[in-house]
Design a protein around this ligand. Structure first.
Ligand code: FE2
Length: 274
């Protein structure tokens, strides 16, 4: 059975040894350097009374930037970090793949271009990327969702490439996926609210099944491919080991990209292909 058949049937693929360990290590080192250069003082305002508005703005304008997002509970009430900056971050997003040469190289390989074509993208555009830390002990869980909720096109074309940069296990919060769940239809969209901020717009109120998810425990270097409509989630990291991952999400340039999507790219930096 071909990769495309498998993907069509279950809505995800697990491809071990897709990336050499050395490339995973290089990406981790690069993320570490970016964190090193990041001055949290610039976002300490998060802990003031303007928290919501300011963090919304920092997030909403991050579509074509490299920005740093903290774990919930990273700060003390006085605004100082509870632990070292490098152990307090939830993720970096959302244009690493365009702004950082090493992330670009990692995200734009012939193997990935071939895979995206095989899985049906005609005009692949690398829209969004995230470096996910899933920190030891404090890495939070991610609730069940469909990536097309956040990266919507009409019709839905989102395709996710999720790279394990470290072994992902039940203990450190591996992915869980619902086999065949990509056929349930898109449940909601995450949009810019007319009055500012963001909102979920419900498209179909029938709930996604809560049963039937399978854990994807994978080794470092594994690529997990996720259909944009596939419900998936990840548990909290209850272990002393981190679970670093990098994800890049593609859309098909042949589909339309609504302006009320939360993620905006400036006209000077439209999403590019491979
Ligand atoms: Fe996701």
């Amino acid at each position: 059975m071909s990769r495309a058949d498998d993907f069509e049937r279950q809505g995800f693929l697990v491809l071990p040894d897709f990336v050499p360990a050395a490339s995973c290590d290089a990406l981790k080192a690069r993320a570490e350097a970016l964190v090193e250069g990041f001055q949290p003082e610039t976002v300490s305002i998060f802990t003031t009374h303007e928290q919501t508005r300011t963090s919304d703005e920092y997030f909403l304008s991050s579509g074509d930037q490299i920005r740093f997002f903290f774990e919930e509970g990273a700060f003390r009430p006085d605004g100082s970090l509870r632990q070292a900056k490098a152990l307090s971050l939830n993720k970096i997003g959302h244009a690493l793949h365009d702004l950082d040469p090493l992330f670009s190289e990692f995200s734009r390989t012939p193997a990935l271009a071939a895979l995206s074509a095989e899985l049906g993208l005609r005009q692949p555009l690398l829209l969004q990327s995230m470096y996910i830390f899933k920190q030891p002990h404090i890495g939070g869980e991610v609730n069940s969702h469909q990536d097309s909720t956040f990266l919507y096109t009409d019709p839905p074309t989102c395709l996710g490439f999720w790279f394990a940069l470290e072994d992902a296990t039940l203990e450190n919060g591996c992915l869980w996926a619902l086999p065949g769940g990509h056929r349930v239809g898109l449940k909601k969209r995450f949009v810019r609210a007319p009055g500012g901020g963001t909102a979920f717009r419900v498209l179909d109120a029938t709930p996604v099944p809560e049963e039937g998810f399978v854990p994807l425990e994978v080794k470092k270097g594994t690529l997990v491919v996720l259909h944009g409509l596939l419900p998936h989630k990840s548990g909290p990291n209850t272990s002393p080991k981190s679970r670093h991952a990098y994800s890049v999400h593609l859309i098909d340039g042949a589909a339309s990209y609504p302006l009320d999507n939360w993620l905006h790219r400036s006209a000077q930096m439209p999403p590019r292909g491979f």
